[in-house]
Ligand binder design. Structure first.
Ligand SMILES: Cc1cc2nc3c(=O)[nH]c(=O)nc-3n(C[C@H](O)[C@H](O)[C@H](O)COP(=O)(O)OP(=O)(O)OC[C@H]3O[C@@H](n4cnc5c(N)ncnc54)[C@H](O)[C@@H]3O)c2cc1C
Ligand code: SF4
Length: 511
């Protein structure tokens, strides 16, 4: 790997190597720019991953985040990642495309916000991401016959067959889910061979076979092959401006040593919590007062049904079935909609969700946990409207790097509640139609989105429609904090697509 000295003024510093940072880093390096990624976490080899849930938290951001509001969102393993590859090390690789209607929700319903970009342009970038990382799925795709997936879908897990049975009985369409999971080996440029999925079920603990796409097996090796440097275990805590108010250097700590990397351009890709935390800590890019506002969490309620047959939901690719039929339900009393997916889960995660989302404790928690193999699950990813009240702020307490911790308040609004009621009813109906003798509803939200939204009007957001700060011309943001609304689709393919788009915009602006 090529390396740069702190005193060399590199063209681009990217903070974070997850879904938002890595594609952009690779593009910058491919176009001949000197690029350095600063990543708080360490490097992991495939052999480092383990299905043991207690050890696998090494790839989760476990530094404490405070959670408030009426519906406090769970952090820890339900949160974001740390390490070269960011949250893609632990993501589920469920890879739906964003729906055009969700990107124009305001125009369609008068609620939420439109994205200040052309949906067709974004979808072209999503297709490019799918080709770059390898995505499997059914052909034809029931909700979009024009699209094609290069790999056949992974085998269905126990929950998927049951959910398909129940949904079919109710006239709800299902299909194998788009997944960034290989079902045959692939020679990944600059990385080498990635294996085919072994149906082990441990995607959220890190894939030991390279079948699940992460940025560490795709965009990051490409970036290094083009001359980028990835500096692991480098925690950024400061940004220095020059006399003209432009970013001149980034302050970070590595191996206990304070360092300062000079740069011409800075891209923040630290995710929906760390990017606004850093900006609030440094007091930058916030003339609109919008940094940290409009935190968005996808509705992610789960329904588990008990069956007489053993489901063994911890085996197999976890999210192997999708339904997009509820993106705009005919009887909806809310704006937007939700995707449904079948669930697989590892025992500790299941027990934690039973406690947190189902309110179970003591003997009942133990009994349900021991009975886990008899349960099949279905869950949603539901749109979430922006709200001023849902926000991230700094508190007085400092973290291990001396940065004030974040407190994130989240309260579901009337739209989220109505959507959740509809979804819970639908999922319970599906489970009963499939023959469940008993169901349990587990309340949940997922993903850390919003907080530095993009906007056409500088008074109304943190970055413009290209991802560039409204205040500081050589500061850009490329992660899920820029989302103006949550969308029903799970975020990572859209984040990667936006990352490639932001890279193109940066290159155009640089001439
Ligand atoms: C359990 C779970 C399952 C998920 N499954 C799916 C799924 O199936 N499909 C889907 O689309 N999405 C899924 N997601 C969401 C998806 O993984 C994230 O939305 C996405 O990866 C976020 O990308 P990002 O670039 O914004 O941030 P990240 O990928 O989290 O990257 C941010 C990186 O920045 C680093 N960083 C942070 N602060 C600093 C700093 N100050 N200095 C240096 N480095 C820093 C972090 O260590 C991290 O590596 C899942 C998330 C979770 C928690
Ligand atoms: S289920 Fe497949 S993609 Fe997931 S961790 Fe196992 S081998 Fe990797």
């Amino acid at each position: 790997m090529r390396t740069y000295s702190d005193d060399e003024i590199v063209d681009v510093v990217v903070v974070g190597t997850g879904a938002g940072g890595a594609p952009l880093l690779a593009e910058m390096a491919r176009r001949g720019l000197s690029a350095v990624a600063l990543e708080a976490g360490r490097n992991f080899e495939l052999d480092d991953f383990t299905p043991d849930e207690t050890e696998a938290v090494r790839i989760n951001w476990m530094s404490e985040r405070l959670s408030g509001g009426d519906d406090p969102t769970a952090f820890g393993p339900n949160n974001s990642g740390i390490g070269v590859g960011g949250s893609t090390l632990h993501w589920g690789a469920f890879a739906p495309r964003p729906d055009r209607r969700d990107l124009r929700l305001r125009t369609e319903t008068g609620e939420g916000r439109d994205w200040p970009l052309d949906p067709e342009e974004l979808l072209r970038y999503v297709a490019r991401v799918e080709s770059d990382i390898g995505v499997s799925g059914p052909v034809p795709y029931p909700w979009d016959p024009d699209r094609a997936y290069a790999y056949k879908a992974p085998g269905r897990n126990g929950s998927a067959d049951i959910v398909a049975r129940g949904a079919t009985a109710l006239g709800i369409r299902t299909a194998d889910a788009p997944a960034a999971v290989l079902t045959r080996a692939r020679l990944q440029p600059a990385y080498g061979e990635r294996g085919a999925c072994q149906s082990c079920g441990a995607c959220h603990q890190g894939c030991r076979f390279g079948a699940k796409a992460t940025t560490a097996t795709t965009y990051l090796p490409a970036a290094v092959s083009y001359g980028a440097e990835i500096r692991a275990q480098s925690m950024v805590h400061g940004i220095e401006l020059d006399a003209r108010g432009r970013v001149a250097a980034v302050l970070y700590r590595r191996d206990g040593v304070e360092r300062r990397q000079l740069c011409r351009t800075l891209v923040l890709a630290a995710g929906g919590i760390e990017t606004p935390r850093l900006l609030l800590h440094t007091g930058l890019a916030n003339s609109s007062g919008q940094v940290g506002r409009n935190f968005l969490a996808h509705g992610a309620t789960q329904v588990w049904g008990r069956f007489d047959e053993s489901v063994r939901g911890h085996r197999g690719y976890p999210s192997s079935l999708i339904s997009e039929d509820m993106l705009r339900p005919a009887d909806a009393d809310f704006a937007g909609g939700y995707l449904m997916q079948s669930l697989g889960v590892m025992p500790l995660t299941y027990a934690t969700t039973l406690a947190r989302g189902g309110g179970l404790w003591g003997r009942e928690l133990v009994e349900r946990t021991l009975d886990a193999r008899m349960y099949a699950g279905i869950g949603i990813n539901g749109d979430c409207l922006p709200s001023e009240a849902n926000r991230l702020e700094l508190v007085d307490e400092l973290d291990e790097w001396g940065i004030p911790r974040a407190r994130i308040d989240f309260t579901a609004g009337p739209n989220e509640k109505a959507l959740d009621t509809h979804a819970t009813r639908t999922m319970e109906d599906i489970m009963r139609a499939a023959g469940a003798s008993d169901t349990i509803v587990l309340a949940r939200t997922a993903h850390t989105v919003g907080t530095c939204r993009m906007s056409a009007d500088p008074a109304d957001g943190v970055v413009d429609a290209d991802g560039r700060s409204h205040d500081i011309p050589n500061l850009w943001i490329s992660d899920n904090s820029v989302f103006p609304s949550a969308l029903a689709a799970n975020p990572a393919p859209t984040i990667m697509a936006m990352s490639l788009r932001t890279a193109d915009r940066m290159l155009v602006s640089a001439g």
